[in-house]
Ligand binder design. Structure first.
Ligand SMILES: Cc1ncc(COP(=O)(O)O)c(C=O)c1O
Length: 361
C-alpha cells in the first residue's frame, strides 16, 4: 500500500470558484493568477482546467510562462513582474506572452528590442503600495513612450495592485482606487486593479479585468464568516492517515523536544505526514486536524515525515482513519492562524514530494 499522504485537488471546486468570481464581477474579464505553481496546487493541472474558463492567466516570471506553453496552454499569459532581462522580451514575443512594464529599465529594453511581433503591455502604476510600478508623476510620460514604441501594441492595459484590500475598514484601498482613477482619467485603455480581496469586497475596483488568485483555490483572504468567503469551496485538501495508536500515561512526553506532556491518560495517533510533505513545522500543540472528520489537536512537534495527534476524546479513532490537515472541513486559513502565517504560504510551500491527486466529483 502506498503512503497515504497527498493533496487532493477538487477540480469541481475550482470551476465553482471561477463561477463565484464571475458572478461577483459580471462585467469584467477574468485573469486567473497561477504563479508559484498555482499557489502550490500544480500549475499544469490547474492552468489546463482554468484556461478554457477564463480570459487570461498570470504568472510571476517567464520560466513559469514557458512551462505553461510547454504544457500546450495557448491562452494569453501575463508576466506580472515583467521581464528581468532584455533577452526575455524576444522569448515573450515568440511565445505571445503579455508583459508588465513597471519601471524605466523595462521600458528601455522594450524600446531597444527587435521582436517578431509587438507585445501587449500592462503598464503598472504605483498607487500607494510602493513595491512595483511607475510613480504617479511619470505615468503620462510612460504612457506616451509606450504608445510611440513599435514593439508595443497600441493600447496598454493600465493596472495597479492593492496593499490592503483585505482590510475592509481601512482607508488604503479607497485611497489607492481614487489615485488609480485620477491617474487613468485621461488615458485610453482597459484597467485592472482587483485581486481576490478586492473582487470579494470592493466592487468599485473591478474595472475591465479582475486578477484573482487565492479565491480561485477556494480560500478567502477575508474572514471565514464574510458572505463571499462562505461561497468558496477549497480546491486542495491535504490528507494522510493514522498509522499508529498508543496510550500514554500522565507525565509522559510525546515527540522531539518533549514539547507535549500528557496531563491525563491519553491516546496518541501517529499520522504519516510532516514538514517534508508541506505541513508546517511551526504548527504548535493544539493546531486542529480532522481524524475521520472529527476535530482533534496536534500533540508534539511536527517531524519531517510524521505528526502526533491527541485522540483521547475520539474513542473510535482507528489505524487507517483518514486525517485532514486542511481543506474540506478545515479551512487552511484557520490552520495558518495557529502557525502565524497565511493560507497562501501553506499551500504555496507544498513540496514536489506530496502527490497531487485530482478528483472531479
Ligand atoms: C499583481 C497581482 N495581481 C493579482 C494577484 C492575486 O492576488 P490574490 O491571490 O490575493 O487574489 C497577485 C498576487 O500576489 C499579484 O501580485
Amino acid at each position: 500500500m502506498a503512503r497515504p499522504s497527498h493533496a487532493r485537488l477538487d477540480l469541481c471546486a475550482l470551476r465553482h470558484n471561477v463561477d463565484v468570481a464571475r458572478s461577483l464581477a459580471p462585467d469584467s474579464r477574468l485573469m486567473a493568477v497561477v504563479k508559484a505553481n498555482a499557489y502550490g496546487h500544480g500549475a499544469a493541472v490547474i492552468a489546463s482546467e482554468l484556461a478554457p474558463l477564463v480570459d487570461a492567466l498570470a504568472v510571476a516570471c517567464i520560466e513559469e510562462a514557458i512551462a505553461l506553453r510547454d504544457h500546450g496552454i495557448v491562452a494569453p499569459v501575463l508576466l506580472l513582474q515583467g521581464v528581468f532581462e532584455e533577452a526575455e522580451l524576444s522569448m515573450a514575443a515568440q511565445l505571445d506572452l503579455w508583459v508588465t512594464i513597471a519601471n524605466e529599465q523595462q521600458l528601455c529594453w522594450l524600446e531597444q528590442a527587435r521582436l517578431v511581433q509587438p507585445l501587449q503591455c500592462w503598464l503598472k502604476l504605483d498607487t500607494g503600495m510602493h513595491r512595483l510600478g511607475v510613480p504617479p508623476g511619470d505615468v503620462a510620460a510612460f504612457y506616451r513612450r509606450l504608445q510611440a514604441c513599435k514593439q508595443a501594441r497600441p493600447e496598454p492595459v493600465l493596472c495597479t495592485h492593492f496593499a490592503a484590500a483585505d482590510d475592509l475598514q481601512g482607508e488604503q484601498t479607497g485611497a489607492q482606487l481614487a489615485e488609480f482613477e485620477r491617474l487613468c482619467a485621461e488615458l485610453p485603455g482597459a484597467r485592472s486593479a482587483a485581486n481576490s480581496a478586492a473582487v470579494m469586497a470592493w466592487p468599485a475596483s473591478h474595472c475591465d479585468w479582475i486578477r484573482p488568485g487565492y479565491m480561485l483555490y477556494g480560500n478567502s483572504p477575508l474572514p471565514a464568516s464574510h458572505p463571499n468567503s462562505v461561497k468558496l469551496h477549497p480546491v486542495m485538501t491535504l490528507v494522510s492517515a493514522v498509522t499508529g495508536l498508543r496510550d500514554v500515561a500522565v507525565g509522559e512526553a510525546v515527540g522531539y523536544g518533549a514539547t507535549w506532556v500528557a496531563r491525563r491518560p491519553s491516546r496518541i495517533a501517529t499520522v504519516t505526514i510532516g514538514y517534508g510533505d508541506g505541513y508546517p513545522r511551526q504548527a504548535p500543540n493544539g493546531t486542529p486536524v480532522l481524524v475521520a472528520g472529527e476535530r482533534a489537536a496536534l500533540a508534539g512537534r511536527v517531524s519531517m515525515d510524521m505528526i502526533t495527534v491527541d485522540v483521547t476524546d475520539l474513542p473510535s479513532a482507528a489505524i487507517g482513519d483518514e486525517v485532514t490537515l486542511w481543506g474540506a472541513g478545515l479551512p487552511v486559513d484557520e490552520v495558518a492562524r495557529h502557525v502565524q502565517t497565511i493560507g497562501y504560504e501553506l499551500t504555496t510551500r507544498m513540496p514536489a514530494r506530496t502527490p497531487r491527486i485530482v478528483t472531479v466529483a
